[in-house]
Design a protein around this ligand. Structure first.
Ligand SMILES: [Zn+2]
Length: 274
């Protein structure tokens, strides 16, 4: 009780324009991070775009609208801008972040240097998955502080610069959890299943749309328990941990995407490390 009173007192002590809980939780403006931009009060939700793509906008503390912008890993530190449908351009500052290297040995050389047939397959699958990431549904995410999809410890962090058998490949686009084969994977927030597949790199995969471009992808699954079009409640099981696709052993790889930018999922579970 004393804690509650203290917490309320602290909230009241903040200046009027201060950022609320969601802003403080999610505002990690680095490459591969998230920028929360205050849009001020308005009668209805403003529409916002970043790099030409629609952006998640929510009402915070019943006071103001905020844009929650995914920053692609490829963005250089410096000033970035969003466009608001009232004609405003708003800026935010992206700080630098150091991402470490990871060296992985893969037995199947095709998963490091694929042949022409596999390259064609990879290209087709990439296009299919990119289309899923670019979907933008009007629903409000049920929660922005996500539940962990599995209970295992975090293993590989987001953004690692990866070398497979000594060759540099795309950086790590998600967050890995160590978990044994068959562990149920639970929806970190409510969502609609927009894509399932069995892909060359990602193995058995589920895409879950939480609303307004906030999309989770779970991959390397041993089993998929949902189909496209299913509405999954927060905590609902989407599949089971496995090692299908390019994986050295059973684990969950979880991507979180905002406005078609893959961002660090650790931000959404309060585990972000600067
Ligand atoms: Zn991974």
């Amino acid at each position: 009780m004393r804690f509650c009173v203290l917490a309320v007192a602290l909230l009241l002590a903040l200046p009027a324009h201060a950022d609320g809980f969601i802003s403080r939780l999610l505002n990690k403006p680095v490459p591969g991070g998230v920028a929360v931009v205050d849009l001020g009060p308005a009668a209805s939700a403003p529409s916002v775009t970043y790099q030409g793509k629609p952006v998640l906008v929510i009402h915070e503390d019943q006071q103001r609208w905020i844009a929650i912008v995914g920053i692609p890993l490829s963005v250089k530190p410096g000033v970035q801008q969003i466009s608001v449908n009232n004609g405003q351009q708003l800026s935010f500052q992206v700080a630098g972040k150091h991402y470490s290297e990871q060296r992985i040995t893969i037995k199947n050389q095709q998963q490091v240097t694929p042949n022409q047939d596999n390259l064609r397959r990879i290209e087709r699958e990439l296009a299919e998955q990119t289309r899923a990431y670019q979907q933008f549904s009007p629903r409000q995410p049920s929660n922005l502080l996500f539940d962990r999809p599995v209970n295992g410890p975090l293993s590989s962090p987001f953004g690692l610069r990866r070398f497979f058998n000594g060759e540099e490949r795309n950086p790590h686009s998600g967050l890995d959890f160590a978990a044994s084969k068959g562990t149920p994977i639970k929806a970190p927030a409510a969502g609609k299943v927009i894509l399932v597949g069995d892909y060359f790199f990602n193995g058995r995969t589920v895409f879950l749309d939480h609303g307004q471009g906030l999309i989770s992808m779970f991959c390397h699954l041993s089993a998929i328990d949902v189909k496209v079009g299913d509405d999954v409640a927060r905590g609902g099981v989407v599949g089971k941990v496995g090692s299908t696709g390019r994986a050295t052993g059973p684990h969950l790889h979880w991507n979180v995407s905002l406005n078609d930018a893959r961002v660090d999922p650790a931000i959404f579970i309060g585990a972000f490390k600067p």
